[in-house]
Design a protein around this ligand. Structure first.
Ligand code: IMP
Length: 172
């Protein structure tokens, strides 16, 4: 696998777009104190930049969402670190790095619904609609991209490249 040095989305463009997303969220949640549920590890940089452009006072919580790809597991998603008390009767914004097949976002939302949140919305930096297997529509999307495997800005390939400030395509 080889990293394409020329970014698909450069750091300035990411920063500017996250500012627009933050303003959108500020408008929708005016007067409320939502919980930002950040999915680790991929969304850590996105969330860090998003919260610093938000004016809405938010509670920040982290969960690790691990999906079992290509298995017949009855539990498609293992969720660790969820403090259920932070979800009950709260307005929850799930922060994801990328919605690909949609399986993670779908399973995560289902698990959260079981704890009776006041509302759940999904905020994803990237969206790959061409890869969707489960119907999921994010409420806030940074960039819709083609069917590329991308790394950087929190996203990894085999644990590497998360630290890149821009988003790059990695090619076979
Ligand atoms: P899902 O297929 O929508 O369930 O996506 C599950 C997870 O796969 C995402 O949260 C990412 O961590 C990872 N993923 C999907 N596409 C990419 C990619 O292009 N680069 C890096 N990680 C990805």
């Amino acid at each position: 696998m080889q990293l394409n040095e020329c970014p698909l989305i450069d750091a300035d463009t990411i920063h500017q777009r996250i500012g627009e997303m933050a303003r959108q969220i500020d408008q929708v949640y005016a007067g409320r104190h939502p919980v930002l549920l950040v999915t680790l590890s991929g969304a850590f940089l996105f969330a860090a930049d998003l919260v610093r452009q938000l004016r809405t006072p938010v509670q920040i919580e982290f969960v690790r969402a691990q999906s079992y790809r290509g298995t017949q597991s009855a539990t498609p998603l293992q969720l660790t670190g969820l403090n259920t008390e932070t979800v009950v009767n709260r307005h929850v914004i799930v922060v994801e790095d990328i919605v690909d097949t949609g399986r993670t976002a779908h399973a995560l939302t289902e698990q959260l619904q079981a704890h009776n949140p006041a509302s759940i919305r999904l905020c994803a930096l990237l969206d790959k609609p061409a890869r969707r297997e489960v119907s999921v529509t994010a409420d806030y999307v940074g960039f819709a991209i083609e069917d590329h495997f991308v790394v950087g800005y929190g996203l990894d390939y085999d644990g590497l490249y998360r630290q890149l400030p821009a988003i790059h395509v990695i090619e076979a």
